[in-house]
Design a protein around this ligand. Structure first.
Ligand code: XMP
Length: 513
């Protein structure tokens, strides 16, 4: 196992992810929550110091626990982690040089344990840099393995002590061989065997949940999406009937989704499940609402109200379980404290409703979406749920620009079902991040048989993405699109025109509202 000490970089969890991908167990601890005895008890085979936003040249900037340099363990410092290591071992770090952000090239001048078999001396390699400061004098025992224009010490090594440092981020995909460098560190330098699997994660998480929850009672909001489904099944495996799931049905789900959620979790997994059909309440309150943000906020507020009501009915609970993933953590952090602007109010990352004094259980907090899918399969959750496209908390409401009514939701559900059926039949479902139909508040004239129609237009959307933060349009063939359009216009009463949305994100967003 490897210990990652986090200095606050946006991409620290990617280090963890790369290690897991190479079959190595690791934990990420904040740099200032790592007392020496805790580190010793954890008994890591090596330590990685992450990047971070601070400047090692500043008085009072974060430091690694000095004791790690006396434990005889291999250490890899990345970006800020490299600088802080150099600084603490007697080297010199300075600011005010050429800053490098983004793609950069380095010249490999030597060889060391982490570059062996990956980079040959003399090669010029692409890496992803993000730094303002740099090392200007190496600590004793270190030598240079690679250099860039802005960073003469892009890779440094102290072979005897097994300390390595990179100025760039090996954990991001923009450093093409970064994963191999990290694997060399964990496998070759630290001697990890690489046999850790998601099955082991499952067992560890179950033990952790039991330790956290004890005999307490837990409620979990189930949405039928991948994240909450995996969280619920994992929790149920850990604590059985101490868990109650609450499924708030806002009536804006896709066709048959509610039935599927209820039968899967109640019948197949034997999970205590409250199914509250609140569609009348939601649709009633949405009546007359056309502004996207008010729509989202109305749904978010009602969701919490209904959830609270249901959890009162079952006598309350000590813990609230959520299927929060790592990208949610990052996004909601920047949404509350960071400089970024709120583009849309995501209703399920707002966290604990005020007044609901429960502690949080978030077993998936360290994982990325595709890792959650692997875990879900491991837990025996059906592919129809595990492989499902993401679906937004506010449901179809944000795919019906303008006022939402039951009639419009029914029309949209029908069109969406046809679209997804065709995508599945064409074998394209898994190649697409998300695909859905949008019912436009626009009526257009058409001709059907001998008659004139005056009905709604609908837009189809399909994108590829790795995390939902950016997205590209899926390049369907014209033949596929025209087939779907013909079916929708012929089969769905109320729609007489179909368009395909060809906007990428940015500048568009994936959803229309
Ligand atoms: P946008 O539309 O912002 O969406 O490009 C990015 C991803 O987030 C999903 N999304 C939501 N998910 N609650 C959610 O759980 C929400 O309120 C919400 N709004 C958007 C969207 O479907 C896409 O996958």
């Amino acid at each position: 196992r490897i210990l990652i000490l986090d200095f606050g970089s946006q991409v620290t969890q990617l280090i963890a992810r790369r290690l897991r991908e190479s079959g190595v167990y690791c934990e990420v601890w904040p740099f200032n929550a790592a007392p020496d005895d805790r580190i010793r008890a954890f008994a890591p085979k090596g330590i990685i110091l992450s990047g971070g936003p601070a400047s090692a040249t500043d008085e009072g900037s974060p430091r690694a626990p000095q004791a790690i340099f006396e434990m005889g363990l291999p250490i890899l410092g990345i970006c800020y982690g490299q600088q802080v290591m150099a600084h603490q071992l007697g080297g010199l770090v300075e600011g005010g040089h050429l800053r490098e952000f983004g793609r950069a090239h380095i010249d490999v001048t030597g060889d060391c344990a982490i570059t062996q078999g990956v980079w040959a001396p003399g090669a010029r390699e692409q890496v992803w840099m993000s730094h303002g400061d740099r090392i200007t004098r190496l600590p004793e025992g270190f030598r240079v393995v690679a250099a860039s224009e802005g960073a003469p010490f892009a890779v440094i090594a102290n072979d005897e002590r097994r300390y390595y440092g990179t100025m760039f981020h090996p954990e991001v995909v923009h450093t093409p061989h970064g994963a191999a460098l990290l694997k060399n560190f964990s496998h070759i330098v630290c001697g990890c065997s690489g046999d850790w699997t998601m099955g082991a994660f499952r067992a560890e998480m179950i033990a952790k949940i039991r330790a956290q929850v004890g005999t307490g009672r837990v409620v979990c909001g189930l949405s039928g999406g991948v994240d909450s489904s995996v969280a619920a099944v994992l929790l149920h495996e850990a604590i059985g009937d101490q868990l109650t799931c609450i499924y708030v049905d806002h009536g804006l789900m896709r066709a048959n989704e509610s039935e599927q959620v209820v039968s899967t979790f109640r019948d197949r997994f034997n999970i205590k499940l409250v199914h509250r059909d609140a569609s009348d309440l939601f649709l009633g309150q949405l009546s007359g609402v056309t502004d996207p943000e008010i729509k989202r906020k109305t749904i978010g507020r009602l969701f919490i109200e209904v959830f609270e009501e249901e959890q009162q009915k079952i006598g309350g609970a000590d813990f609230l379980a959520q299927g929060t993933l790592y990208p949610d953590v990052i996004e909601s952090v920047s949404a509350t404290g960071g400089p970024s602007v709120t583009i849309k109010s995501h209703h399920n990352v707002g966290g604990l409703p005020e007044g609901m004094r429960m502690k949080l259980v978030e077993p998936l907090r360290d994982l990325f979406k595709d890792e959650v899918r692997v875990l879900g399969r491991e837990l025996g959750i059906p592919e129809t749920i595990v492989g499902r496209h993401p679906f937004p908390g506010p449901g179809l409401a944000i795919r019906i620009p303008g006022e939402v009514t039951k009639e419009k939701a029914d029309i949209l559900r029908h069109a969406d079902t046809i679209y997804l059926e065709e995508i599945r039949n064409a074998g394209l479902y898994d190649a697409i991040w998300q695909a859905f139909a949008v019912l436009l508040p626009v009526r257009t004239v058409g001709v059907m048989g001998d008659g004139r129609t005056y009905d709604s237009a609908c837009a189809l959307r399909a994108v590829t993405s790795t995390d939902g933060m950016t997205a590209d349009v899926y390049p369907f063939s014209m033949e596929f699109l025209t087939r779907v359009a013909a079916r929708i216009v012929n089969e769905v009463r109320g729609i007489n025109r179909v368009t395909y949305d060809i906007t990428s994100k940015p500048p568009g967003t994936i959803e229309w509202e």
